[in-house]
Design a binder for this molecule. Structure first.
Ligand SMILES: NC(=O)c1ccc[n+]([C@@H]2O[C@H](COP(=O)([O-])OP(=O)(O)OC[C@H]3O[C@@H](n4cnc5c(N)ncnc54)[C@H](OP(=O)(O)O)[C@@H]3O)[C@@H](O)[C@H]2O)c1
Length: 52
């Protein structure tokens, strides 16, 4: 979801299989409906309220 917005995503992983999976993101695209659905998952909350 970040890539179409021009944002570089570098997920941390300790497993080679996960790294390979995380790099294979250029063989599909999210359409507008997908992007809209995923955007609604953002509850605009933080795990670190003390930092607000
Ligand atoms: N990543 C960055 O470039 C970056 C930059 C600046 C700040 N931060 C901050 O650092 C903190 C950590 O962020 P993070 O997202 O990099 O790492 P994270 O949330 O600490 O860890 C990512 C988790 O996702 C798992 N994972 C990765 N690829 C997966 C896959 N394909 N399938 C299933 N599980 C997978 C990893 O487990 P395994 O090790 O088992 O794969 C790990 O448990 C955040 O607070 C973030 O804001 C990150």
């Amino acid at each position: 979801m970040a890539l179409p917005k021009g944002i570089v995503a570098i997920p941390r992983t300790s497993q080679k299989a996960h790294m390979i999976e995380n790099l294979n993101v250029f063989d599909f695209e999210l359409d507008v409906a997908d992007m809209t659905t995923i955007s609604k998952l953002d509850l605009n909350t933080t795990q670190f309220p003390e930092c607000e």
